[in-house]
Design a protein around this ligand. Sequence first.
Ligand code: SF4
Ligand code: SF4
Length: 261
Amino acid sequence: MSPITAFLTDSTLCIGCKACEVACKEWNGISADGLEFTGFSYDNTGAVGHSTWRHVKFVEQEPETGLGGNAPDFPAWGFSSDVCKHCERAGCLEACPTGAIVRTEFGGVFIQPDVCNGCAYCVVTCPFGVVEKNKSDGRAFKCTFCYDRQKVGLQPACATACPTESITFGDINELRRTAKERVQQLRERGMEDAGIYDPQHTSVEGTHSIFVMRGDPRSYNLPPDPETPGLYLSAGWRSAAIAAGAIFAGALLAFLGDGDR
Ligand code: SF4
Ligand code: SF4
């Protein structure tokens, strides 16, 4: 197996049990978020954040045979377990001024808590809204890709706990092949809207969290065209250089003009 790893989250296999959320909290020693309903769905953890590194989204849908129930009178449910995408080109890593965010040997993006100064630049530069600052602690937190478990040859806690194999973990190239085969299989079974979410053709340049899902990825908080803010840096520097050159040329002309008098 190559050392470069990924998650494959197949939302068509997810039953919304939230075992992945709980396993993540248990392994990483993160406290519960409370049991209040958000008012948006039958979900009480809301979104990924500083204390929820895996979040299972519940999406209520029109009844459809084979998706979350077969009775035509009841809504169907789509479930998908969201997580940090461990972007190939990561906005959070590019923006961090202290070097707290690093790329690991497994390809994941890791925040070193002892180096983070809580400036929150990573919070605003993540195109997926994944990192959050813990206000009581002052530092930014997100999924670590279970770096400590990977270091000793174990897979991340969420993938270990998932009872339906909706979350699998392994060699990124193998998982990309598995995702393609799974989508082909789903389409052969009549699920024409099945697809892969792995934004390799955007400025994020692909992710280490690949998803198989049905329908529009936006239903699961996955933007179709995520942008890394650093994309605009080179254009910004170019404009600044042109402006500086114009000012210098103007000053030089004014100086030479003065000399002729
Ligand atoms: S999803 Fe956000 S937090 Fe995760 S690696 Fe990409 S930019 Fe960083
Ligand atoms: S553990 Fe697996 S089946 Fe359960 S909510 Fe998480 S991804 Fe879905």
